[in-house]
Ligand binder design. Structure first.
Ligand SMILES: [Zn+2]
Length: 180
């Protein structure tokens, strides 16, 4: 971690500008960092993953890359993205595995997560937790690549990279189902 190498930002974005690429890039970095820490560790459990997320969050807060609050929110996003990806892999079996094949994905959080899920050989797929209904993604949240389907009008948007969830361009609804 070399903080000195990071150039000083000319200006800090103020307010909640959802359209800056900053959030997407930060989220990708957060996922990558978490995965690096997880890969270095001996244990490949859910608990070890949680620990890796927490260390990654702390490091990025200390480095001034994001605030404590933002880090906490990113952990929620990542927990959900992992859960969703894992559930899809379980439910869809082979077709999801083809879809989420790391070789087919570019850079970014989705690629990192699917590499992780392949590498752990399903260790992280064995979860006691129940999936409580459909996970909804809301406007303004950050999520990995994939599709977002408007729960109101069924309009589907495809994202090839990590993105901040927009409003539905057709009905301005703010809740979506995620797919790949
Ligand atoms: Zn809609």
């Amino acid at each position: 971690m070399n903080d000195e190498a990071r150039p000083e930002k000319a200006e800090q974005p103020t307010g909640a500008d959802k359209n800056t690429p900053k959030h997407e890039a930060l989220y990708d970095r957060f996922v990558e960092k978490t995965n690096e820490l997880f890969e270095k560790g001996q244990e490949k459990s859910e608990g070890a993953w949680e620990k890796s997320m927490e260390i990654a969050r702390e490091q990025m807060v200390v480095a001034g890359e994001f605030t404590t609050e933002q880090g906490a929110v990113f952990k929620q996003y990542l927990r959900r993205d992992l859960k969703h990806t894992r559930t899809d892999m379980q439910k869809l079996g082979v077709s999801a595995k083809e879809h989420l094949n790391p070789a087919r994905l570019g850079a970014g959080a989705l690629s990192t997560l699917s590499r992780l899920l392949y590498a752990t050989g399903g260790a992280l797929l064995n979860l006691s937790e129940k999936t409580e209904g459909v996970l909804l993604y809301k406007t303004g949240e950050v999520t990995m690549a994939g599709t977002l389907t408007c729960i109101s009008c069924d309009h589907v948007m495809q994202f090839k990279q990590t993105t901040v969830v927009p409003d539905c361009p057709y009905c301005e609804n703010t809740s979506f189902r995620k797919g790949y």
